[in-house]
Write a protein that binds this ligand. Structure first.
Ligand SMILES: *[C@@H]1O[C@H](CO)[C@@H](O)[C@H](O)[C@H]1NC(C)=O
Ligand SMILES: [Zn+2]
Length: 248
């Protein structure tokens, strides 16, 4: 007996949809979407210069986004780093995940990737009461497994469209020229990558970028704002440091 094709494909569809669903891979974001916004992002902290970055931004009526590690230059649970993270959050900057130990996620298996992601999320929940909605993989290195893990964790992957080059050997003059070059093309938005661990980036390039971008008509907002999205999946009251569990 012959079955009409429609019945066969309906049966096949029900088999397919009964199979376990894999979560959609995380969306990868490079550029902002809200016109005339620029998102200045800072990786690899928390670090000594967090206060200087924040002060420059706040003095200009601007906000930044910090992609934080858990255990990179200094453990995120040190007293000084806990203060820095709280300070950045209190000043209205966006906190995001740069994962725990700045490892190349493309070399890790599924469980290792989740561990790198979860541990810094836990730290940000404990310290600031925020579960980030955005993550940036160290070195910008991701593959399908990383995208799927981020998707499962409800996070989008944030890359950038303007690299200051500050950790790959660009001089301050070259980094400034990259801003000039980008701005001269009059893009609707800009999403720049810099590192809060580099003193020249903080003391020299950042003030230049703020002045130049604002003079060119860009509003300096968080990554979430430049996308018209929420910075966090959820928030709760911050915790109180428990030295027994808040450690790297
Ligand atoms: C990360 O690992 C990939 C291999 O999956 C390699 O191609 C890439 O160069 C590595 N990136 C860094 C920064 O080490
Ligand atoms: Zn980094």
């Amino acid at each position: 007996m012959l079955f009409p094709a429609a019945i066969i494909s309906a049966a096949l569809l029900s088999i397919v949809s009964a199979a376990p669903q894999r979560r959609a891979p995380a969306q990868v974001i490079t550029s902002c979407t809200v016109p005339n916004t620029a998102a200045l992002t800072f990786d690899d902290g928390p670090w000594v210069y967090a206060y200087d970055v924040s002060k420059s931004l706040v003095a200009a009526g601007a906000k930044g986004t910090f992609f934080l590690n858990g255990d990179n230059f200094e453990c995120i649970y040190s007293d000084t780093n806990v203060k820095r993270v709280k300070y950045l959050h209190d000043k209205g900057h966006q906190l995001a995940s740069h994962t725990w130990g700045h490892r190349n996620l493309t070399l890790l298996n599924w469980n290792q990737i989740h561990d790198e992601m979860w541990r810094v999320e836990e730290a940000l929940i404990r310290i600031a009461g925020v579960q980030p909605a955005f993550m940036r993989p160290p070195f910008g290195a991701y593959n399908d497994l990383v995208r799927e893990a981020s998707g499962v964790r409800g996070q989008k992957i944030a890359i950038w469209d303007l690299d200051t080059g500050d950790t790959v050997g660009a001089t301050p003059a070259e980094s400034k020229a990259r801003y000039d070059q980008a701005i001269s093309q009059k893009p609707a938005t800009i999403h720049s990558l810099a590192h809060e661990t580099k003193w020249e980036s903080v003391s020299n390039i950042l003030p230049y970028a703020i002045q130049k971008l604002q003079a060119s008509g860009y509003r300096l907002v968080t990554l979430a704002e430049c996308l018209g999205e929420q910075p966090y999946q959820w928030t709760q009251a911050p915790g109180v440091k428990d030295p027994a569990t808040w450690k790297c």
